[in-house]
Each structure stands twice: as C-alpha cells, then as structure tokens.
Design a protein around this ligand. Structure first.
Ligand code: SF4
Ligand code: SF4
Length: 440
C-alpha cells in the first residue's frame, strides 16, 4: 500500500537536508579555493593507484594493527550497509514498504539472495558495533595518549564521540526495524541477527511492533540525512576527502623540498651576472617569501587540512614532540583548518571580500614560532599519515616567511645564514681559511 504521508514527509526531509548539506560542502569547496593554484594532475595512473591503495584499500592504516582492524570493520560495514539504505530511500520516495522484498518474495532464488544480502549486512553491523565500542573505550576509558593530547580537548574529542555514538544509534535503528518487521510478519523471512533477536517481541501487540519498526525506519533515515549534513563540519569529512587528497598528493620523493623560484633566479644571476635581463621600466610585483596566512598556502595544503582525520599518528612519530617540544604536526593541520574556517566565515559576512583582521596563521592564536622552530624536517609525519597529508609542507612555508620576511630566527641561525651567504658554509671562516686547522 502506498503511503502518501510518507512520500511527502520523506521528500520534505530530503530537500531540507540537501539544502543544508549543499551549504556545508560548498563552504568547504570555497574555502579550499582560497589557496594558491598548484598543478597536481601529472602522472594520472600513479595518482589513481595511490588513491585505490591508500584511500580505498586503507594501505597505510596497517602500520598500527589494532586501530587498523577496528577502522577496517567500521569502513567495510559502513560501505556495505548502504545497500540496505537503497531500499529505505526507494521506499521513502515511493511510499512503499520493503519494495525490493515484495518484488522478489515469489521468486525463491531472488528471495534467498535478498535475505542473504541483508543478513550479511547485519553480520557486518555486529563488527561495526564491536569496533565502535572499542573506539569509545580507547578514547574515554583507556585514554590512549595520542587521542588525549592538548589539541584534542574540547570540540575535537566531542566530534569524534558524536560520530561514534551516532554509529550506535544507526545500528540500533536498523536492528529494531528489521527485528520488529520480521516479528510482525511472523518470521515469514529471517535475517541472520535480527532473526535471533525476534523473541524480544514475544507477546507484543502488532501495533506496538509497528511503532518500533516505524521508529527504526524513520530514525535510520533521519540519522543518515543528519550525518550527511554534519560531515562538512566534522573531521569525518575525511571519509570523502581522503579520495581526492590521495589522488592529488605530491609524487616527489619524501625529503624533496621545493625551491622558491625567486631565490633560484637570484642564485642563478649571482653565478652568471651576464644572464641578467635588461632593466625593465615596469615595476616587478614584490615577491613574498613563504606563507603567513592561509591565502599564501596552496589549495592542496588547504585540502590536506580538511582531509586530516586527527588520528595523531604524525604527532606520535614526531621526534620533536617525542622529546617534549611543543610541536604537533596534527595541531598544525587542525590550526590551518580552523584559521581557514575563520577566514571563510569573515569573508562570507563581508560579501566575499577579505578585510585584514590583525591575525594570521602564525602567532599565538594558531601556530607559534616556537612550534615552527622545533621541526627537524625529518618527514616522519608525512611517512605516517594514512591519507598522504604533508604537515611539513605547511611548516616549511610558514618558517620561510618567519625567517625571510620577518628575520625572525634565533641569533645562532642568523649567524649561520650569513655565513652560508658569505662563506658558502655555516662556519665563520672564508673558504681560503678552511683547511688551516690541518696545518697544526
Ligand atoms: S617533519 Fe617536523 S613535524 Fe614532521 S615529524 Fe619531523 S619534526 Fe615532526
Ligand atoms: S596529518 Fe595525517 S597522521 Fe596527522 S593527524 Fe592528520 S590524518 Fe593523522
């Protein structure tokens, strides 16, 4: 029987969710576009392979076995359970109930496939449930250190918890819907897990079971729509952004540090002054070294910030962090995203025009000089990241700005820089004096 009320309410909810979700995802897209242009479209085959292995295949997750297995359970369960969602959405739009079931109920082979598919989803859902409880336990009871560092206090921890609790809520909806539905139909068909739960409804009236089934159905559908709307405000956006982020990852070997074109040009001219172009009447645009704010970073740096899962593997393996320095590469990514969000909000409130707000990515509000100076450029964070993010790329650009634009470096570094410039080496001796020590 077609339920017109269901169709109308379903369409209204989907339209509301689509409008909210569009605003959230478009906001993220516009913010990423604030970054500088960077062409990362070369070697498409290598990029595709990276995306399939790292984002789809979760390859880099397996450096930490326990969370990798738990994450895989949730990931596979999440993907496969969407199959049942297809039927829920078709039912919602058509006003039917279990439209696929009714289409196959008189074909034993097709019915068996249908029952097997839902049973398999339920089977995986149990793993999802176990993994979700384990993740909550690690966060709240065992208090795994990397999940409880300073930058994780407040919203980041709440965000992670909201999603885990939402996962349990969705599973509860699915199981109550399936179990009540089977009990209402006197077990005409039986799914694997909900079939075992059916005795819960022994002695219940048909109406009471119908209420539970409907609550499960609507609860699941509203939960999924809310999840889609919530995603652009959460670190769980990595579910989607891990794919483009791994595809557009830098392909150079780790340890490669891009030169600054303006400096390269200067050095070349120093080595070959005759190659200097004739003086032009047109004033050249002043060169800005490094990055001070999010506008100076590339769109890929900004995509990295939104794709960060806040897992903390980078920080856990950062030698600076391990030895008690303030630097946390995870915090660098979170600060970049937070500053980008702040800039995006201020621009949205000012008709898309940016007005200086006296802040920048470098400073006490976000990434401090002390943090930037602590980096050893070892690349451990880049190596560890499960979604191919490079916190180091951002650190280097911010540090270049500090040093080359602000001359903000410890006296020892400044001495070393001028020695490099004058003597071609970090020491204070001229090249002709370099071997003097051998004379004694
Ligand atoms: S490159 Fe810097 S931030 Fe990354 S792990 Fe090494 S020291 Fe830490
Ligand atoms: S940068 Fe990578 S390793 Fe570090 S917290 Fe984010 S996702 Fe995890």
């Amino acid at each position: 029987m077609v339920t017109y009320f269901q169709i109308v309410l379903f369409i209204v909810l989907v339209v509301i969710a689509a409008v909210i979700a569009y605003r959230g995802y478009y906001r993220v897209y516009k913010n990423i576009k604030l970054g500088k242009a960077e062409d990362l479209t070369d070697q498409p085959a290598v990029r595709l392979k990276n995306m399939l292995l790292v984002a789809f295949g979760q390859k880099k997750m397996f450096k930490y076995l326990t969370p990798a297995i738990l994450h895989l359970m949730i990931y596979v369960g999440f993907v496969i359970t969407q199959i049942e969602l297809i039927e829920i959405f078709i039912d919602g739009f058509t006003g039917h109930h279990r439209i696929i079931y009714h289409a196959v109920e008189n074909h034993p082979a097709l019915l068996a496939i249908y029952v097997f598919a839902i049973s398999f989803i339920e089977f995986l859902s149990i793993f999802v449930f176990v993994a979700t409880v384990a993740f909550l336990t690690r966060r709240w009871i065992i208090k795994v250190p990397r999940l409880n560092m300073a930058e994780m206090i407040g919203w980041p921890k709440a965000d992670a918890t909201i999603i885990l609790v939402a996962e349990i809520y969705l599973l509860t909806c699915i199981f109550s819907m399936n179990t009540a539905d089977m009990a209402m139909h006197n077990g005409q068909y039986r799914f694997l897990i909900s079939g075992m739960l059916m005795p819960i409804f022994d002695g219940w009236s048909y109406t009471a079971m119908h209420v539970v089934e409907r609550l499960g159905w609507w609860g699941h559908m509203v939960g999924v729509l809310a999840f889609i709307c919530y995603l652009p405000y959460s670190k769980h956006l990595h579910i989607l952004l891990a794919f483009p982020n791994t595809y557009f990852a830098h392909l150079e070997p780790k340890g490669y540090i891009a030169n600054m074109p303006a400096i390269t040009k200067e050095i070349k001219l120093m080595m070959n002054p005759e190659a200097a172009p004739a003086v032009s009447d047109q004033a050249e645009e002043p060169v800005k070294f490094g990055a001070k704010d999010v506008f100076d970073l590339s769109w890929k740096n900004l995509l990295d910030a939104y794709a960060c899962t806040e897992c903390g593997r980078c920080t856990d393996n950062c030698p600076a962090n391990m030895t008690g320095k303030k630097l946390s590469p995870r915090k660098v990514m979170m600060d970049t995203r937070d500053r980008l969000e702040e800039v995006g909000k201020k621009m949205a409130a000012n008709n898309g025009i940016w007005q200086e707000d006296g802040k920048s990515l470098i400073g006490d509000d976000y990434i401090t000089t002390e943090e930037l100076r602590a980096c050893t450029t070892c690349n451990a964070c880049v190596e560890q990241c499960p979604v191919m993010i490079s916190p180091l790329d951002i650190i280097i650009q911010l540090r270049r700005n500090l040093i080359m634009e602000e001359s903000n470096a410890p006296a020892e570094w400044m001495g070393m820089f001028s020695n490099m410039e004058n003597n071609g080496a970090p020491w204070q001796f001229g090249q002709q004096e370099r071997l003097n020590w051998t004379k004694e």
